[in-house]
Structure formats: structure tokens, C-alpha cells
Design a protein. Sequence first.
Lengths: 320, 287
Amino acid sequence: MKEDKTLRRRGVSYAKWGYIFITPFFIAYICFTLVPQLMTLYNSFFENYRDGLKQVGPNFVGLRNYVKLFSPSKSGTIDMLKYFGNTLILWLMGAIPQVAVALLLAVFFTSYRLKIKGQQFFKTVIYMPNLIMASAFSMLFFTLFNPIGPVNQLILSAGWADKAIDFLAMKVPVRVLISLMNFLMWFGNTTILLMAGIQGIDQSMFEAAEIDGASSWQVFWKVTMPLLSPILVYTVITAMIGGLQMFDVPQVLTNGKGTPNRASMTMVMYLNNYLQTSKNYGMAGAVSMVLFIVSAVLSLVVYNSLSRQYTDAPRRRDRL
Amino acid sequence: MKNNQNTKARVSLIVTRVVVYAILIFLSLLCLFSFYLLIVNASRSNAQLQAGFSPFPREHFLDNLRNAWTDQSINIPRGMLNSFFVAMSSALLTTYFSALTAYGIHAYRFKGRRAAFLFIMAVMMIPPQVSAVGFVQLMYKLHLTNSYIPLIIPSIAAPVVFFYMKQYLESVLPMEMVEAARIDGSGEFRTFNTIVLPIMKPAVAVQMIFSFVSSWNNYFIPALLLDKAEMKTVPIMIAQLRSADYSKFDMGKVYMFILLAILPVLIVYIILSKSIIRGVTSGSVKA
């Protein structure tokens, strides 16, 4: 209220400046995201691809691209669901340890009983992989784990195997490597977010629990977890949206093939194949729209938790 | 009795501490190990690399650097220059326009203000990949492939950066200062550039770093739009290394390429890690 009064002093309205200042953002958003999104939707109803040198379409085909997306291919599997499953498995294999370890570390770092020294150092080190170029990180893992790489040299010289192991031709090792990279890249970030969450909890809660004689285990499950849950939900959902976009790491590690037998092919790699290799805009559009719907549903959860911050707290009501 | 309990508690605390430090050190080593190997291997010649695994650095670091730097098929200095130009330009645009948008919504009362804010929050989490089909098609239609415009200009609209700036403004901006500037006859744009922006410097700096890094590392969209050799950015070159037949490669050079790709970000991080880590937490949901 007070702000409103000062802004309107001397009868001058500054409202038009609000519009002017937010215009560039909205123009850029409309041109480079909204219009492309609508074009993507539009494309998904058309047959439009390149067959060798011949261009097929664009011809309107209604929902046929979507039907094709969800019907079994020659090998009898529904590719879309297979890749969705791959993405989910790869995400879970990285995200479960990621959240568990991050939760553990966040509790360690914030524990006033443990008083961990060198926190800045540990945080710096565990956050570092998050900023490293994912494609370079993946290329590094490829050079380390390929049949003539140092890991195999070590295995051979130690006599653990008779001949080099081609990790990249085996389903489980490839998935483990991808999840390991995702874990390494994200657990530091999650730790820092959860730490901030724990620090945001009223300290007197912990003190009261302490006085009542609660063990660290009880404090964690009865105080920390319930009060941390909004942030935990936010962290997990944003990690899910991130997982849905998984591309650079498996793409570079498997050279875009999702080896072996497409067991590490993710949704965005599938999209990329349609876009890059076959220029099949129709099918790429349909895949994109499925991805859009999944991420929009997940976004809604994040949106709710963020907007609650702005509408629930009464002391903030006058801000918006 | 009491004394006994105290010792017991102290012993258990010491044991817990030892376990906790062991876990922390293990995870730190896990994070550092692959980078250590990268640096070591970048200092060994191809013959040394073929001969077997060794955890110790050797003397060929500069040879590998020279070979990688002057490689004919992968022009890494050009790639780094390209990446630097794209990343720097988008970082500048993102931070300036996000701050401007945040200030526009924060400081002025206008119709549709709340709707604009809620809209940006709603689309904040939608990944850019889901509109890539239309984006790529549009760029082909506008003849903007092999151009940096589609990699730079869209960064004007960065909802996440906007949200961060908005939260920052809420916590720091005294409207009295803006009011005082108005009384002194300062125009609204000038007030933003000379008073508000300097106040937001810490937020701008942190977001500049994050935007620079994410643009530097960006692979998906650039790979769809850039195919001319002299236009390629670093991540595309790295992926190119993977698709070549690695058994014929000078592996010392390959490790050096990877090291060069991550080096600029690594250096910035080592210098500014404290403020970067502080920046991670703001802009997310609060308890």
C-alpha cells in the first residue's frame, strides 16, 4: 500500500514504464519459444520428412503420427515407451542415490553437533562436476572405459580378465556409467539446495527436540523430514524435469546410438534422431508434444509450490 | 554413572565424525578422480598411453597442447573463440533483460502485472527441447542456420534468471532511492541503468556466470543449427571426436581437447566458487 502511494505522487502514473520494461522479454519469448511451440504442435499433425533426396509432404495426416508413435515397430516393441522407460530407469538410477546422498550430506553439514570443518572445500569439490560440459565429461568417461582405455589396461595388467571388456557393449555397465555421471553432476547441487532448506527451518525446533531427548535419528525423521518436505518435493520434481531432458551424456557416450540395442536411448535422443538424421518434422513434433505434456504436468507441481510462496504468506500479499 | 554416560557420548560422537569425514573424503575423491586422470593423461604421449595405465603425470603436456591447438580437422582455438563469443553475448543479454523485466514487474503497478508474473513462473520449468522442432524449422525458414543469432537473441527471455532477479529485488531494492532519483528528474530508463542495476550487481554477477556456463556447455540446439566447420562451438567438436574412429587417434591429443573444453569454466569456478555456490540456493522455493 505504501509503495502504491509513493509511486502515484503528484498524479504521475508510471504504469507505462512497466509495459515498456517487460516488452523485450515477451517479444523474445513469443518469437523464440511460443511460436516454435505452436509450430511444433502444428507439425505433429503433418507427414513431413526426407526420404533420401526426396522430400515427402508436408501432408495433413491428423493424429496418425501419434498413433504411429504408440504402435509397435517391426521388432514388436513400442519404441516411444521403450525410450521413455530407458529415460526413467537412467534417471532413477542416478536420482535415488543423488537425493539420498544429498540428504545425508545436507544433514552432516548443518549438524551443530558434528561441526564439520572444511565445509567450503567439500562443497566446492562436490559442486564442481555440475558446471563441467556434459558432453566433455561423457567423452572423458568414454576414453577411460573404452576397450583400449586406462580402465581396461588396469584390469588386464592386474589379471582380472583375459581380454579387454567392452563396457559400452553391455546394457548394465552403460546404464551404470550414465547414471554415475548424472549422479556426480547433480548430487552437489542437490546437497546445497537441501542444506539451504534445512537452514531455513526454525532452529528452536531442533533445540526443543534435543531437550526432549530425541535421538539424531528421531530428529531427522520427526523434525527435519516433515519440515523439509516442500523443498524435497521441489528438488525431486525439478530433477525429474532435468532427467526428462537427458541427452548430452548418453548421446556422446554411445555416439547417438543408445547402445547396446538402444537400451540407453533416451526420449530427447529419440527426438534428436528424428530431427537431425531423418529430418522427420512430423514425428519429431509428436515426440516433442508428448515430452511437453509430461513436463507441463511436472511443472504444475513446481508452479504450485512457488506460487504458494507468493500468495499464502500474508505479509507478502501487498507485493503482488 | 553420569561420567560414564558422558564418555560414551563423546566416543560415539568421535566415531560418527570419523565416518562422516570418511564419506565426505570418498565423495570428494570420486568427484576429483576423473579430472585428475584427465590432466595426467593429457600429459602423456600416445605411445605412453598405449603402453599402459599410470597414475603419474609425464612430460608431454606442452606437446599435446601444441598438437591439439594446431589440429587440422578440429580447430579448437576457433571453437573456443566461437563459444566464448556466443556465451558472453548471451550472458550479457540474459542478465540485462532479466533484470529489466524483473524491475518492470517489481516496481510498477500496471494492469496485467500479476498475470505476466504468473505466466513467467508457469513456463519457467518447460524445457527448451520441447519447442526445438518449431525453433529449428523457423530458423531454417529465416535462413539463420550457421548463424549465432538463434543462439544469442533468445536468451533475452530467460524465465529462471528473471525469477532469481525478482527475488533479489524484493530483498534489496529500497523504493525510496528510485523515488529520490525521480525527484531529481532522472528518467525511468536512466534510473534503472544508473541506480537499480548497480544495486543488483551481486545478482547480475552470479547469473552472468551461470548463463555463461550453460551457454558454453550447450550442445543440443547448436548441434542442430551449426554445420559449417568454422562456425562450430566446442561441445559440437567434442561430440565429433566421439564419432571419429578413436583407435586411430593420438589419445594424448584427445585428452587435451577435453581438457581445453572444460578449462575456461574450471578456472572461473576455482576463482569464484564461493559466490557461485551461494548463488545456487537463491531462486528456489523457500521453506
